[in-house]
Design a protein around this ligand. Sequence first.
Ligand SMILES: [Zn+2]
Length: 478
Amino acid sequence: MEFEAVIGLEVHAQLNTATKIFCSCANRFGAEPNTLTCPVCQGHPGVLPVLNGKALTKAIKAGLALGGTVARYSRFDRKNYFYPDLPKAYQISQYEHPIVIGGGVTVVRDDGSEHTFPLTRIHMEEDAGKLVHPADTNTHSLVDLNRAGTPLIEIVSEPELHSPEDAALYLTELRAILRYIDVSDCNMEEGSLRCDANVSIRPRGATTLGTKVEIKNLNSIKGVSKAIEYEIRRQTEALACGTAIVQETRLFDADREVTLSMRSKEEAHDYRYFPDPDLVPVLVTEERINELRASLPELPRARKKRFMEQYGLTPKDVGTLCASRELADWFETAAALAKNPKKVANWIQAEVLRILNAKNQDIADFSVSPQDTAGLLNLVEDGTISGKIAKDVFEKMVTTGQDAESIIEAEGLRQVSDSNEIDLVIAAVLAANPAQVEQYRSGKTAVKGFLVGQIMKQSGGKANPALVNQLLEQKLNQ
Ligand SMILES: [Zn+2]
């Protein structure tokens, strides 16, 4: 029997507000434990939470950017459960009346086709604190409440994804959108974007859903794909030997790339949700929604489309360039000054990203400006230097911070386009390789590539390759 996987994703994104969602403590990662807390986020009895307006604004912007309907009326509920990192023993969340209903994430596949994965809802909630398990003891754990009260949005997809690849595309696009609109830094390593995956399988063609398993602890896009891949395999094997799937929560072990049973899955009624009496309902006016809609920047998908039309780029090019707003901005700054924007796109993918990866840097930290990069590529375009020399010059631009002109001038790298000068080199190379010349003239014309290589080498890479080809052909056919 053939099985089909059914996957739904729940993504928690920490909003990048200055302060927490219900108190004025700083919302910041990496501070000394328990230094960013107050009675509200420590869960003291009798304190009153007050909603952070900026968090609401960011939640609404996310909803609009994802094509959802912003609720004019929404409300906070208490989700009751006990855990040591949750001192109130309930989390303030939204259950019955979330801030956003519907929406979708549209991905563009490498072949250019588009697919929209629908969303169920987006709701606001507070993050919990964090348990710390010291390596030198197994007698106790510690609690750090700095994260308690960090504003979150939970973005819940419909169970309409069917493969690990779908999940990776969905998350990549979702992360790009949230970053473009500046609601979250989506740093998965620091936990500001976290994903839980609900995975079930069913016989292909079936309309009812199989028993689902929830996988937690997924902190990279690769981890999400790997966990889903493992889970599909595990469930398929179980069903194939007639073992029932247990509804449960499983943890992903990223080192071993397996999922492990953690606990049986809670149902919504286990949480005893009820309206939080400390918080007033949230009313949003139509004017406010329209104002926020108008404030949205160009989103990744629109930008990709425009890049393809305006600069003649491929779906693969724009997928890479528009992955972050900063990289897309960098490209556009360079492209505006470049004689050949498509070459800028190629250069970013082949050279810039390679160097950034090797240095483990972001484009924001890159030592070469987009203006200087356009300058370099224009010198290739007008024949001042060859593409090969340009790579060496670029490496030097990266280490010295100088522009291309200065490096080319200082090192005498200008391309030689003087045909007399090139003729001399050609004559020398042909004299040194009589056997290859003979081969060419007897019809084995492929040997020309070897001769061009020798000429370029002799000229220190500086001979104009187009001119070399043209002059060499003349000489060989004489
Ligand atoms: Zn606080």
